[in-house]
Design a protein around this ligand. Structure first.
Ligand code: PMP
Length: 357
């Protein structure tokens, strides 16, 4: 019954299909918060080097990748759980800690996988109202009770681009009862430059029930390979790894992720590009008279003052693919991923055209 009640996550259509359907050429895809610079050379080379080994199963324990992640964060490899994208880790959390009769808590407008993962295992979702589009930690704390087993927090959040400062987030974690696991989802961690923005992975020693998730799909530009990870107390990781399928991260993904983690120059380049273009796109939206939610991510979500679905469709006919986020409870908002400079120019011009009276 819980599966029958699930609202399916509707992925975007393939680019080639959209181009064919709408008679457009060389569409610009600004819909999935990918890295417009792609991945680094080192990751590409590591990926290619796997081509001669495709008959072999990947390392089921992801020894090299977990070692590289552990070194990067200054934790023990026993604290790392790898996933087929960080979505897989979120799903492992749900399968490990949730079941019918218990609850998870998350915010309105929070990442779409939290309700899906919760409901898929038959647990109940408690949704806290948002504050200024972002997480209201007091409202979330008020929903935590006897039946709560997992609290999901995206910092920063998709699709709003909002973020939580260290002080309030830490205080929230300190207030959680011992029977609750807190997931701090840091998919967009590298993009955030605010001085008060916390690296929750530094708090693992203080919170035995904390799970921090990261991904290689965003700043590292490896979305196609599906690789992410969770960091936690070793006892929590041990439970997650019991549930994990041993070959959930394939060999080219493991190799490319290790290389990407070592390629700090590519991360730096990607972050700098995003900073400059996010500012430019935000200013462009403002010049169009639109109200955007201030974002620290590689996307910006803007209030169109009218239902976003038809505008999204009109943009598509102009060859610009964005994401209307009505499924996140924001029917008038459009999420725009930051692309290359000329892609962003096309977006702003197309938006100007389709919004014209
Ligand atoms: N968390 C958040 C907040 C996200 O926006 C995304 C990607 N859309 C993910 C997790 C999952 O990323 P992936 O599975 O590609 O690692």
């Amino acid at each position: 019954p819980q599966i029958a009640g699930l609202t399916p996550y509707v992925p975007g259509k393939p680019l080639s299909e959209l181009e064919r359907e709408h008679g457009i050429r060389e569409a610009v895809k600004l819909a999935s918060n990918e890295n417009p610079l792609g991945c680094g050379e080192a990751a590409q080379a590591a990926y290619r080097d796997c081509a001669s080994e495709l008959a072999r199963y990947p390392d089921g324990g992801a020894f090299a990748l977990r070692g590289a992640i552990a070194e990067h964060h200054g934790v023990d490899p026993a604290q790392v759980t790898v996933g087929n994208g960080s979505n897989d880790v979120l799903d492992l959390v749900a399968r490990t800690f949730l079941q019918p009769g218990v609850e998870s808590v998350f915010s309105e407008h929070a990442f779409a996988v939290y309700p899906i993962a919760t409901q898929a295992v038959g647990a109940a979702a408690r949704v806290a109202p948002a504050r200024d589009f972002g997480h209201d930690l007091d409202a979330m704390a008020a929903l935590v009770g006897e039946r709560t087993r997992v609290v999901w927090i995206a910092n920063p959040n998709n699709p709003t681009g909002t973020w939580l400062a260290a002080g309030p987030l830490r205080a929230f974690l300190e207030g959680l009862p011992a029977h609750v696991v807190a997931v701090v989802d840091e998919a967009y961690f590298e993009y955030v430059a605010e001085p008060d923005y916390p690296d929750a992975s530094r708090w693992l020693a203080d919170f035995p029930n904390l799970i921090v998730t990261r991904t290689f799909a965003k700043v590292h530009g490896l979305a196609a390979l599906r690789v992410g990870y969770g960091l936690s107390h070793p006892a929590v990781a041990e439970l997650l790894n019991r549930v994990r399928h041993p070959f959930n991260v394939n060999a080219p993904a493991q190799a490319a992720a290790v290389a990407a983690l070592g390629d700090r120059a590519h991360v730096q380049r990607s972050v700098e590009h995003n900073r400059a273009e996010l500012a430019r796109v935000s200013a462009g939206l403002q010049a169009l008279g639109l109200d955007a939610i201030p974002s620290v991510c590689n996307f910006v979500t803007v209030d169109l003052g009218r239902p976003a679905g038809p505008v999204d469709q009109a943009l598509l006919r102009e060859g610009v693919i964005c994401r209307a986020v009505g499924n996140y409870g924001l029917p008038n908002h459009l999420r725009i991923s930051i692309g290359l400079a000329d892609e962003n120019d096309r977006l702003l011009a197309a938006l100007d055209k389709v919004l014209a009276p």
